[in-house]
Design a protein around this ligand. Structure first.
Ligand code: ZN
Length: 250
């Protein structure tokens, strides 16, 4: 079997368009976006990129009005593809924000990969990011509590069809995943490219694409977006609707 990528929506997040997506325009405009996770498989190996968002109670605490219909939870989405959680060989995390790593402990036979800088920051976040990382300082338990990770610091070739590489800026240790398929390179960008709008030229600022409004380092964010766009034949965004255009790619 050739390499296939299955996008799985794990719920819906309500957020401010200007603050999170289009930066500079669209402030005060509430939008609802999907929260993607991905299964990549060649028929033998089964690898997840992110595990998606949490249940409605926790999601609503993070971003009021966000919700997860039960059937969208990551294990239920995999069940629709006839895959059991025990079959997953590895989970590659783009980053450890709450909407990308919920329910991660379900994958009992998987190796977990994260960038070293991301794990360090997630375990002891700045006060501005307590909520994003479900910090214990707020009286909650982070999804990655007690989990053992393989940490990486540079580009890493996982196998013959998956390579992941650092794309910081949205958060300190973000990484994106390049997947080699019969139809070229698909890059699962995570939130390094947040939504469909971010791939379009920024008419407002006269830029070739539209940098997001939320970041820890805007220069890194810009360079990471550029690196992804140059490398990819196709880009999967972290929260864009276009990802759902097909049930499987290519
Ligand atoms: Zn996200």
């Amino acid at each position: 079997m050739s390499v296939k990528i299955y996008p799985m929506n794990t719920g819906f997040i309500k957020l401010d368009n200007g603050v999170y997506i289009t930066g500079g325009v669209g402030y005060g405009e509430e939008v609802e976006v999907p929260a993607w996770a991905f299964l990549v498989t060649d028929g033998k190996e089964k690898i997840l990129v992110d595990t998606g968002m949490s249940d409605t109670k926790s999601a609503d605490w993070h971003h009021p009005g966000s919700y997860q219909p039960g059937e969208l939870r990551i294990d239920r989405q995999l069940a629709k593809l006839s895959i059991e959680v025990e079959e997953i060989n590895a989970v590659i995390f783009t980053h450890l924000h709450w909407d990308h790593c919920a329910n991660m402990k379900l994958f009992v036979n998987a190796e977990y990969f994260v960038h070293a800088n991301e794990l360090k920051f997630a375990l002891d976040p700045h006060i501005l990011y307590y909520k994003s990382y479900s910090s214990r300082k707020l009286g909650v338990i982070p999804p990655f509590d007690g989990v053992e990770f393989q940490t990486v610091e540079v580009e890493y070739e996982y196998n013959s069809f998956i390579t992941f590489f650092p794309t910081p800026g949205h958060c300190p240790g973000h990484q994106s995943v390049a997947v080699k398929t019969d139809s070229g390179i698909y890059v699962i960008a995570g939130d390094a490219v947040f939504a469909d709008e971010n791939l379009k030229p920024d008419a407002h600022r006269k830029l070739p694409f539209t940098p997001m409004g939320r970041f820890v380092n805007v220069f890194e964010l810009y360079d990471s977006m550029e690196r992804i766009i140059n490398r990819a034949d196709h880009v999967f965004t972290g929260h864009g609707r276009a990802v759902g255009g097909q049930p499987v790619y290519p």
